[in-house]
Design a protein around this ligand. Structure first.
Ligand code: 1CP
Length: 333
């Protein structure tokens, strides 16, 4: 059985598998070299040869237990015909959302437009490096995708003033997004993904009154869908205020926590397998601090099914030697 399934399905506590969000990416010189020659990020995601190579790069260097496919959550709006570009020093920039057009896209058109992502998953999952390891497929949660699709850029910079005004539009858009997320999930699983992670990076933006309709209900629908395909699902509702309530209602197979979560409190509150937590900035300090901080999580979750990961993506300025030291620390614990 794959390492993540041993934790999530069998609830093993005798070892801690490790993978890291954004492990395929900018902190690796071999990635930066490919990226420099491929300035169009979407095209890079749609190049199955390069996308699968980038996915495997961290596994060639480090003893990781899973590969996460090199793609992006914004491949979904791209597949629906919304314009998506990644600009240097700006981040994603999307075209205007035409919901009527998007709602008319059919499953075949959508799958055809991004089918090379699935080819990359097939290549990765059949690579001998992944023997007995997991291939993680992923999607953005409906809420986080809605944020990008309506706001047309990262909400880190600003959220449009009238963002919440048109409730009908929001609810219609969430339904369309959910429909295509299910298709995207099914396609990834059919091509070899054996775990799905749902990234809700902007869960922390929402006030309490919106959370049931914009997060709980659509995410629960996706979790139930993934489970119906017999694949475990991990949720990462980053910076949501109440992880316990999220888990009680959405019931994912495992929960990924951000670095603001108190690991001792979450251990008391939550029964399901836990993933992540360590602040990625700790990788920018020194080996002694890194070992101490990583061991803190390993120690607290010693008797709980725990997948080692960070509390958000690995930072671009991370030294690969520190990353290597982290993997070894976890493996030797
Ligand atoms: O070289 C570059 O400039 C591209 C940087 C980059 C990379 C390496 C982007 C742009 N996306 C990715 C890959 C990516 N994105 C992966 C690959 C697999 C891996 O983890 O190694 C994954 C899982 C994602 C997921 C993703 N994309 C999320 C969810 C996780 C998170 O970081 O919160 C989000 C929010 C995005 C949107 C996105 N993609 C890229 C950028 C710059 C952004 C915007 C982030 C923001 O709004 O600030």
């Amino acid at each position: 059985m794959n390492p993540l399934n041993k934790i999530i399905v069998d609830k093993e506590t005798s070892f801690n598998p490790i993978w890291v969000m954004r492990q395929a990416g900018r902190y690796l010189p071999e990635f930066r070299k490919i990226r420099k020659e491929n300035t169009n990020f979407i095209n890079l995601c749609l190049n199955e040869k390069l996308a699968s190579e980038i996915t495997l790069q961290p596994l060639r260097r480090f003893d990781l237990d899973a590969a996460i496919i090199f793609s992006d959550i914004l491949i979904l709006p791209y597949g629906l015909g919304q314009k998506v570009a990644f600009e240097k020093n700006f981040g994603p920039r999307l075209g205007e959302l035409n919901l009527n057009e998007v709602a008319n896209v059919n499953e075949i058109e959508f799958t055809e437009k991004i089918h090379r992502v699935y080819k990359a998953i097939k290549k990765v999952s059949s690579d001998p490096i992944l023997n007995n390891k997991n291939t993680i497929g992923f999607v953005g949660a409906p809420w986080t995708l809605l944020v990008y699709m309506l706001n047309q850029q990262s909400p880190k910079k600003n959220l449009k003033k009238d963002f919440f005004e048109d409730e009908l539009l929001i609810n219609r858009a969430l339904l369309v997004i959910e429909k295509f997320l299910k298709i995207h999930i099914k396609n990834q699983i059919e091509n070899g993904a054996n775990i799905i992670q749902i990234f809700d990076s902007w869960a922390g933006l929402l006030g309490e009154k919106y959370i049931p309709n914009y997060i709980y209900t659509p995410t629960l629908n996706l979790v139930n869908y993934v489970r119906s395909l017999n694949v475990p699902v991990i949720c990462f509702p980053r910076e949501i205020k109440n992880y316990k309530e999220f888990c009680d209602i959405v019931e994912p197979d495992a929960i990924s926590i951000d670095y603001n979560v108190d690991p001792k409190k979450i251990l008391r509150d939550i029964k399901i397998p836990i993933q992540g937590g360590l602040d990625p900035k700790i990788l920018l300090t020194d080996k002694e601090t890194l070992k101490k901080e990583a061991s803190k999580y390993l120690d607290i979750f010693r008797n709980h099914p725990y997948i080692f990961n960070l509390g958000h993506g690995v930072l671009p300025q991370t030294d690969p030697n520190m990353f290597d030291y982290l993997v070894k620390t976890v493996k030797n614990f």
